[in-house]
Design a protein around this ligand. Sequence first.
Ligand code: HSE
Length: 438
Amino acid sequence: MKPVKVGILGLGTVGCGTANVLTRNAEEITRRAGRGIEVSHAAARNLNSPRNCSTDNMKLTDDAFNVVNDPDVDIVVELIGGYEPARELVMQAIANGKHVVTANKALIAIHGNEIFKAAQEKGVMVAFEAAVAGGIPIIKAIREGLAGNSIEWLAGIINGTGNFILTEMRDKGRDFADVLAEAQALGYAEADPTFDVEGIDAAHKLTILASIAFGIPLQFEKTYTEGIGKITSEDVDYATELGYSIKHLGVSRRTDEGIELRVHPTLIPKRRLIANVDGVMNAVLVKGDAVGPTLYYGAGAGADPTASAVVADVVDVVRALTADPENRVPHLAFQPDALSDMPILSMDDIETAYYLRLDASDEPGVLADITRILGERDISIEAILQKQPAHGETSVPIILLTQRIREKQMNAAIKQIEALETIHGDVVRIRLEALDAD
Ligand code: HSE
């Protein structure tokens, strides 16, 4: 049988990684796919840029539309990233009847509903395993491996750059900007690295995970996003003392009232495996009603790990080329006409536990005022840590861990605590997830 022809859009870190993996493992990949797979075309912005892969047997162009419109190309692999022109290229590829593989989480999270609809109508596949958690086959795990479960919640460290920064700062005391520059040099970071540090990239990925876990349309605009910029070494140290790690977590939970969809720094008990996922590694914890908690771990960014997921998608597409489009695995795991309209909850209505740090006057009655305010709002305290004032200081840090409570209640309590004359500045609040089997 003739080899399947692949056209790659973008020959950066992941594009070259994909070309290299396809070449290096060609023999085994052919045995798995049932046909040879060859990169016949590629588009790169600058044809003269130095790159880490050979382009000897490829038709090269600096106009990605040439690849998308070339009748010889069977599968378009979109690795340009960003919203445009990626969206236009993917829509054009679909209109031309080509299957698409993409690693573009921003594209899928924002335009996925439109893209999948067009693909469905045209009977082509759009595969996006590499869009979430780099090399970890988490899409396949949830969409196929857990298809018998009702998923209750999932939580993930799904931005490699952010996790790399937090780990290096904690373990080596390195400077934020310095570690970010290294992540950029290693090809981990987004073109706009604020997407990594402000949680936008993680929110894109969480949006996708929640859709395939709960069978809901992609709703990025309703995802709550908080970055890692405000995590201080002080909070990291107190969290450690109390037996917790601080991780930048994406959390989505199904409740009776709707779906929680949120990305924020989170305290996690140190004894959980996921709390020990460091550096560029990613991990996703998924709780299904039948299987219980399951954990998926691996490299979340980088050339070869991301290429691993891209190539797996290409193999999947090649295997399915002859299958009846009606009988393929649906893009969002659930049949398109069976998606649910369960609402996404506002942050006021989510429920979580909290870490609070207050700067309080060292006077009698201060702690009583705080515990009274929390008690009046049904907020139960799990742990308290108070340090002696430093020499010559008149205020002390007080750290509290609370049990789970609705965010609205906590907001009101924090406002009341901040109004006390004995409390200085803002209360630092970091959400806390036990991530236990319940
Ligand atoms: N910038 C992303 C990360 C790349 O650091 O996780 C992988 O999606």
